[in-house]
Design a binder for this molecule. Structure first.
Ligand SMILES: [Zn+2]
Length: 110
């Protein structure tokens, strides 16, 4: 029987996040040219109806995977009924609790 090929780290991380931490609205996840996101490693946007996560296409894959976890944590944080301070510090204590949960589970399960 042919051995099932394991997904590479970035698509595997994407699939793992979507399966284990579903969002309450549609969210696209795209690899984006660094020029479009102005040199950022990643970005989370939400227009009131749906989300968009952009990850820098030029980053090495391990960086893309870790950046995806951070941006996905922003998406999960955004989904809570407690406002995010986008004009100030969006990395609040709730964000870090979510990020810590994701990164720990990802390291041992993905
Ligand atoms: Zn961030």
């Amino acid at each position: 029987m042919p051995k099932k090929k394991r997904l590479k780290l970035y698509p595997r991380t994407k699939k793992w996040l979507r399966r284990n931490y579903p969002l309450p609205w549609p969210c696209r996840i795209r690899l984006t040219d660094e020029g479009t996101i102005k040199g950022l490693l990643g970005q989370f946007l939400h227009d009131g109806e749906r989300g968009l996560i952009r990850i820098c296409k030029q980053s090495p894959m391990p960086i893309q995977a870790e950046t995806l976890i951070e941006e996905y944590a922003h998406a999960l944080r955004h989904a809570l009924p407690v406002d995010v301070d986008y004009d100030g510090e969006p990395h609040d204590a709730i964000f870090w609790a979510i990020y810590g949960e994701l990164i720990n589970k990802w390291r041992s399960n993905c």
